[in-house]
Write a protein that binds this ligand. Structure first.
Ligand SMILES: CC(C)(COP(=O)(O)OP(=O)(O)OC[C@H]1O[C@@H](n2cnc3c(N)ncnc32)[C@H](O)[C@@H]1OP(=O)(O)O)[C@@H](O)C(=O)NCCC(=O)NCCS
Length: 176
């Protein structure tokens, strides 16, 4: 098994097709024929077994503001592992590598949006209840600005000495 880190713009068409197949297997609701949901990530970890893509984790490198304070984040998107390779700690390794890279590069927080809290709690994430502002995108069209509490979905992991405050979180772009 080989874990590759790759910038989004370097990913070949063939690999994008493999990402699409993996998403179709892991996320039945995922838009067909796309390897990103709202907007492309900055880079990804791709896990290969021989020539087959078996897992991926996308990362949005972003500056956001929390209660007026600017912080750097890695937003984690579309973490998935092909079914026949699950429960072998592959996702755990991807989360560990993401955290290590973030720590080495002074990123303040890991952030993700999920309804599935238990898995990420086990990896040190906590649920937060901030009111958020973000660019609303649907079916590849900008619809406006969302501004409300994101109930039971926003999870964060603090990596620096910055505190995640209770005020407005401005994503300065689309939510992921
Ligand atoms: C969730 C997922 C990424 C985990 O990948 P993985 O490589 O199997 O995870 P790991 O091997 O690191 O961890 C497996 C452990 O997590 C547990 N686990 C898996 N999914 C879980 C969930 N949704 N909630 C709580 N625990 C979960 C497994 O039962 C297993 O427990 P064990 O170690 O006690 O046996 C994978 O199951 C997957 O791709 N699922 C479909 C897509 C998805 O839901 N992605 C997350 C979107 S937010």
């Amino acid at each position: 098994m080989n874990i590759q880190r790759i910038e989004e713009f370097l990913i070949s068409t063939e690999t994008h097709l493999q990402i699409q197949s993996l998403f179709a297997e892991c996320f039945p609701e995922y838009p067909k024929g796309r390897s990103y949901f709202k907007q492309v990530p900055s880079f990804r970890f791709l896990v290969w077994k021989d020539q087959q893509l078996i897992a991926q984790l996308g990362i949005e490198y972003r500056m956001i503001t929390i209660d007026g304070q600017t912080v750097s984040i890695f937003g984690i998107v579309d973490l998935c592992v092909a079914e026949s390779f699950q429960s072998q700690k592959i996702a755990t390794q991807l989360l560990q590598q993401t955290e290590l890279l973030a720590l080495e590069n002074d990123i303040d927080f890991l952030v993700l949006v999920t309804g599935d809290h238990d898995y990420y709690r086990k990896h040190g994430f906590e649920l937060v209840q901030n009111i958020c502002r973000w660019l609303m995108i649907n079916k590849q069209q900008t619809l406006g600005i969302g501004h409300r509490r994101i109930e039971e979905s926003l999870m964060i992991k603090a990596l620096s000495n910055k505190v995640w405050k209770k005020g407005l979180v401005d994503f300065l772009g689309a939510i992921f």
